[in-house]
Design a protein around this ligand. Sequence first.
Ligand code: GLA
Length: 389
Amino acid sequence: MDLLTQLTSSYQQAFPAETADLQTPLLICSPGRVNLIGEHTDYNEGFVLPAAIDKAIYLAVGPRADDELHFIAHDLNKTFQGSLTDLTPTHTWADYLLGVVAQFRQAGHQFSGFNCVFGGTIPMGSGLSSSAALENGVGFALNELFHLGIDRITLVKRSQRAENEFVGAKVGIMDMFASMMGKADHVIKLDCRSLDYTYAPLQMNGISIVLCDSKVKHSLVTSEYNTRRAECEAGVRFLQTFYPEIRSLRDVTMPMLDQHLRDTEPLIYRRCAYVVQENQRLLDGVAALEADDIDTFGQLMYGSHEGLSHWYEVSCPELDILVDIARQQPGVLGARMMGGGFGGCTINLVREEVLEDFTKLITEQYKARTGKDTYLHVCKIQDGTNVIS
Ligand code: GLA
């Protein structure tokens, strides 16, 4: 039985009364994301270059006649029951759903309780944004089920606020934006300050986007993530004494950092310098893609990884090893860790003719050097959150 059939049948078994008049639940697909370049730049009002991928969370949803919320996490084999009138964090997976519901209530929308069964193909903790996909899926479902007429960008902002305020992770907007706004065969160039965005066709003739999962769950990520944010904000505050017009690292240049931070605040300097340089790498990368110069783009990816590992210090030995092995394979144009860090996946640009060699090399050497198995996935870039049926 495929996953969608399993979710539908689990829904119909769990909620027979509701399905009697609704026949079948509404099915929604909400994808995970990759980011080609521009890491830890979103919360610094910089640029990112993400895309939605063919790994997704699927949700079967339907309204209830009462105020209750009945959720089933199919992959975890867990259930949750609550009520619209009591939305407090549970510190479990249910918070990703409850947080979104709370945002809709705060915005003043009237709606009944609902049932939801969800499951997916995004490995949890792999840095592919399963949480953003789930939050978007819930917001999209509420909008459809109750005909609320909310636009996609507002849904994105609600998902982010759900995660910031209810789940308590101070993440930027990239993951939700990519999952909701993705377009097949395109990357999104997003300005995280204005939320202006453009789609750039991904013309990767003969080149695959390959994810290598370190199988290290990014457990450190929340605390270290919040620390990095605070370090960037400290850098901005420091520079504001010299340049009061600065609002974020987006407004900062390397000469400013060299003059005022390098000698006095070396740690803050390294963090801020990484972000300023990563924004520039993204702009150079977009120009390279436009010029069909994938080799240059790949080199910028390696540069991004160096910065993340040594200056921003959000990598881990396993991710560094994956990138190191990728470098040894002719036909790999670029590789870097992706997402928050401390585990999860690397993203690699691999010429199709060496895909088999690359898979063999990574699998064997990663095992030999870490004792761990890796898992490779060749990504397809697909549309964002949508109704399946
Ligand atoms: C996580 C966050 C994003 C972004 C990345 C790093 O995925 O959820 O907002 O900050 O880390 O680029």
